[in-house]
Design a protein. Structure first.
Length: 419
């Protein structure tokens, strides 16, 4: 694996603050964006291809002189070829895989695990993806259970059922896909190359990570990342470091719950829930939904219906700058006798609260710091699942009352109590 960084963009969104400085060389805190990237990438001890343009040769040469321990190869375009067209020269080199990174990103990522995922799946292209707080102007994707890409949605978006799984601007690409790129022609990786490769049935996978990666392509996001850099959100952003989580029940906590209904509509969001999740994000906790959904086993709804509803929920929260790091649900139900029930789902499961299978899976997937984590729910099953996991449970509403346990008015008041 070798590395390619794209730093030849126009930087039109940051012109107000950049003046004559190229975007990749703008400072975020003490260092420039490209400095932040190279400090991490140099640890991989790989050759780094800088794909740039001839208007910023001065900056490129300064970079080469500054990092003499890095083996640079610099390509400078005379005419812009886009994020896809600019990759064609890489075809002339012997390397089979390239770690491709857009030049306006700040990140804290374990790239070795990313590469292992790429190799294990024998992927032709692997996208590093994550939920974010601005899905409306991000490229969004849909994946199957094997994490293989099935749909790619270029920004802007008209639909609300596409979720909030965003392409981060970091890719692993196999050299063989470069043959599909036309020489000396402007081509955008997201708008032109990826949709074309999907049509050709090329194997494209998504590596869904909670690790820190932010686009700093606007002045607002530069200021936001400056604040993040002082917090555990960034410092412990790498998957090898633990982060605390706030586990959330869904029905009666995030959305309204009607006791006479077998399935609750997550679109009926309780007032204050979006602000609460946004506060969780800002406090540096992971936000993780863990919800029993026995309506699937009872035959009332399908898996596809639930997944679509969750995508709508994610997108709705994303429009307001809030996101869930992961959603886990249990479709099982042990009691039989429902008309239209799904027989293979009518069984006991360690994922069904009050058991804690969903919690344990999340802890494994996201490397969660149990000691500093919380559960916020509204029922006894939430309380006992949290207790079994060894985390504190905050109870909202009056559905479940227990002596010595405080009941909070709603999700927002519960989150506000966590310092």
């Amino acid at each position: 694996m070798e590395i390619a960084i794209l730093i030849g963009g126009k930087g039109s969104r940051v012109k107000k603050i950049s003046k004559s400085t190229p975007k990749a060389f703008l400072k975020v805190g003490k260092y420039s964006i490209i400095d932040h990237q190279l400090k991490q990438l140099s640890k991989l001890k790989k050759r780094i291809f800088l794909i740039s343009n001839n208007k910023i040769s001065k900056f490129n040469n300064e970079l080469r002189n500054k990092y003499k321990d890095i083996d640079f190869k610099i390509f400078e375009e005379s005419e812009p070829l886009g994020t896809g067209g600019c990759l064609k020269p890489l075809q002339d080199y012997k390397h089979n895989n390239y770690l491709l990174i857009m030049g306006d990103l700040i990140f804290n990522i374990d790239f070795k695990k990313f590469y292992s995922f790429h190799k294990r799946n024998k992927s032709d292209i692997t996208l590093l993806v994550h939920p974010n707080d601005h899905p409306y102007d991000s490229d969004l994707i849909e994946i199957n259970q094997e994490n293989q890409l099935i749909k790619f949605h270029n920004k802007p978006h008209k639909k609300s059922d596409i979720g909030n799984l965003s392409s981060s601007g970091i890719f692993l690409i196999n050299k063989k896909i470069l043959k599909f790129i036309k020489p000396n022609k402007f081509q955008d990786l997201s708008k032109n190359i990826l949709p074309m490769l999907l049509r050709k049935k090329i194997k494209i996978f998504a590596y869904n990570t909670r690790e820190y990666v932010k686009d700093v392509g606007t002045p607002k996001r530069i200021n936001l990342v400056k604040k993040h850099m002082k917090t555990k959100k960034f410092i412990n952003g790498n998957i090898n470091k633990k982060l605390p989580a706030i586990f959330l029940d869904r029905d009666g906590v995030i959305n309204k719950e009607y006791l006479n209904k077998h399935y609750q509509n997550p679109a009926e969001i309780i007032k204050g829930s979006i602000s609460a999740v946004k506060k969780i994000n800002e406090k540096g906790f992971l936000s993780v939904i863990v919800t029993n959904q026995p309506a699937i086993a009872k035959g009332i709804i399908t898996h596809d219906k639930l997944k679509t509803d969750h995508k709508k929920l994610e997108y709705q929260f994303g429009l307001k700058g809030a996101y869930f790091d992961r959603i886990y649900f249990c479709p099982y139900h042990p009691e039989k006798g429902f008309k239209g029930e799904i027989k293979n789902l009518k069984k006991k499961s360690t994922w069904r609260k009050p058991d804690n299978g969903m919690f344990l899976q999340a802890i494994k997937d996201l490397n969660i710091d149990i000691k500093k984590s919380y559960m916020i729910g509204n029922s006894d099953v939430d309380y006992y699942a949290a207790k079994k996991t060894g985390i504190k449970c905050l109870v909202v509403g009056k559905k479940f009352m227990l002596k010595g346990v405080k009941n909070y008015k709603n999700l927002f008041s519960a989150v506000k109590s966590i310092t």
